[in-house]
Design a binder for this molecule. Structure first.
Ligand SMILES: NC(=O)c1ccc[n+]([C@@H]2O[C@H](COP(=O)([O-])OP(=O)(O)OC[C@H]3O[C@@H](n4cnc5c(N)ncnc54)[C@H](OP(=O)(O)O)[C@@H]3O)[C@@H](O)[C@H]2O)c1
Length: 211
């Protein structure tokens, strides 16, 4: 069985790929998702070229059955899940009268329902091995509304709002990075578990310290 396992949704590129690199460097066995088998394969190929061993499965964050199958895949492969990073996200930006209902749905379903589905199915697997860390990649758009951001703001405000609920589920304190990402951390003073924080900056650099 792998020692420590992380799942990064939308780990094929961008911020997600940066998180994968860091988790892998920190000794995690990492699984990723993307929307299609082709995009996942292309992400995995890129990691392989960098010498990073990652597994992955296509899973559309908008589909509950895909998110469930993704967690099942991780459970079958590794038998445990220690860190879930809900990173997969999209932005549909336009004034509310021009933004199509489909674009609004797509943004909210990907950014808000996707993390909910993943957490819902991942929580039992995490609890099996004593708990874990859930990191929801938020945004300053989750604290500041802006013109044209109705769908993106709604999705990221919702994501940050749910932290209070997670605190109850996992009985751990939850903090916020200085850059607006939603972070989960376990207080050293309250348990022997280690401290985890994700800081998502806007120039696509990621710093994760898990010690
Ligand atoms: N970039 C920023 O400045 C910024 C700022 C604040 C917050 N964020 C947040 O950071 C996260 C990552 O952003 P990014 O800039 O790295 O985005 P990106 O480069 O566009 O990458 C998005 C990732 O999400 C995946 N994805 C998108 N829709 C998906 C779906 N329906 N199902 C599964 N995977 C899906 C993509 O996978 P495939 O394309 O392989 O399917 C890709 O791996 C998002 O949550 C975003 O809201 C970004």
């Amino acid at each position: 069985m792998a020692d420590r396992v992380a799942l990064v949704t939308g780990g094929t590129r961008g911020i997600g790929a940066a998180i994968v690199r860091r988790l892998s460097a920190d000794g995690f066995t990492v699984a990723i998702s993307g929307r299609t088998p082709e995009s996942v394969k292309s992400g995995l190929d890129a990691f392989r070229k960098e010498g990073i061993a990652v597994v992955g499965q296509a899973a559309n964050a908008r589909r509950e059955e895909d998110q469930k199958a993704l967690v099942d895949f991780v459970g079958r492969q590794f038998g445990r899940l220690d860190v879930l990073v809900n990173n997969a996200g999209v932005g549909g930006f336009d004034s509310v009268d021009r933004l199509s209902p489909e674009d609004f749905r797509k943004t909210v379903e990907t950014n808000l329902f996707g993390p909910y589905y993943a957490i819902h199915y991942a929580a039992p697997l995490m609890k099996k091995n004593g708990g874990g860390f859930i990191v929801n990649i938020g945004s300053l758009a989750g604290v500041n509304a802006f013109a044209g951001g109705s769908a993106y703001n709604a999705s990221k405000f919702g994501l940050l709002g749910r932290r209070a609920r997670l605190r109850i589920w996992f009985a751990i304190p939850i903090g916020r990075s200085p850059h607006g990402s939603s972070c989960v951390r376990r207080d050293r003073r309250k348990s022997s578990y280690q401290y985890s924080v994700v800081s998502c900056q806007f120039n696509h650099t990621i710093s994760i310290s898990i010690d």
